[in-house]
Design a protein around this ligand. Sequence first.
Ligand code: NDP
Length: 329
Amino acid sequence: MYQADKRRYDAMAYNRVGRSGLRLPYVSLGLWHNFGSQFPHDNSREMVLGAFDLGITHFDLANNYGPIPGSAETTFGRILKEDLAPYRDELIISTKSGYLMWEGPYGEWGSRKQMLASLDQSLKRMGLEYVDIFYAHRPDPETPLEETMGALAQALRQGKALYVGISNYGPERAAQAIDLLRQMGIHCLIHQPRYNILDRTPEEGLYQLLAEKGVGAIPFSPLAQGLLTNRYLGGIPADSRAAGKSMFLNPNQIDEATLNKISALNQIAQARGQSLAQMAISWLHKDPVTSSVIIGASRLSQIRDCIKAQEAPAFSAQELQAIDEAAGF
Ligand code: NDP
């Protein structure tokens, strides 16, 4: 029987999420890769329980995480049932709906039908009565935004979600979504964008908007799927995401130009006394709009490495400039 580490809250920092009552850990764990039914359950369990023992209270899922789509939620549901059930009130569990999940016209995007049916499926797979955060996973160009935001509001009013958020929305659409929710009496808790040292898109208006609206940000792929780590410094390891474990990180992306950037960034990290992964995480936290970052992992040792990012010294102006130059900005 699993017993959580009694010292699990001693070292982790918890940041307030925008203008809300919720605080999230400096580092959260995402289950996009390595937690589906094609991966050994023992390793998934070791990572989730190990993360919780380190003070990671937030686990990020989505309806389609696998492979097979849905199976990461099933894995997480099993860990909840067998190990984490006594700790439910210490956990922030999120899920999302919007990407392709089932056949036919209601299996993806942002209709009320899709969003609410998908949430019911997610709750069933995880064996939960409610999730803590329910996201619209991506903007739907064809469904009226009122309908998608209305579905989030309905999930909240039904008690199936405690908070709502949006992901992958550009600044203009995000502003409309946040305002629509506000008109329904609901504060949009959080936005989940892709943001890392190599992808600065949220700096083009999104972060400023979130600061103004009091909405927190929780960047995904903070390590650029592993590029911003020591993983690829000496080539492509056979057990890595780029070595064919995923269709989302192509080995062709690890070209000479990218390798040059990574090794220059690694040198800056080393001079700061950090691993590259740690520097990539603390770099995102330099802006207080960042409430938490969602890392992925294939083994517990990576999670242990990442959480040490919070021990980092503040960045000097020269270091920030050197990072920009190394990353090509
Ligand atoms: P990261 O950028 O953190 O990449 C994770 C990968 O980096 C790991 O699988 C591992 O690669 C490698 N890694 C992690 N830590 C270390 C370390 N300390 N040292 C060396 N290598 C390390 O994140 P992901 O791209 O996995 O995304 C994280 C989460 O964000 C997802 O699980 C999901 O919850 C969320 N997300 C949301 C999206 C959205 O649309 N809202 C889209 C994508 C992700 P390896 O497996 O090769 O060992």
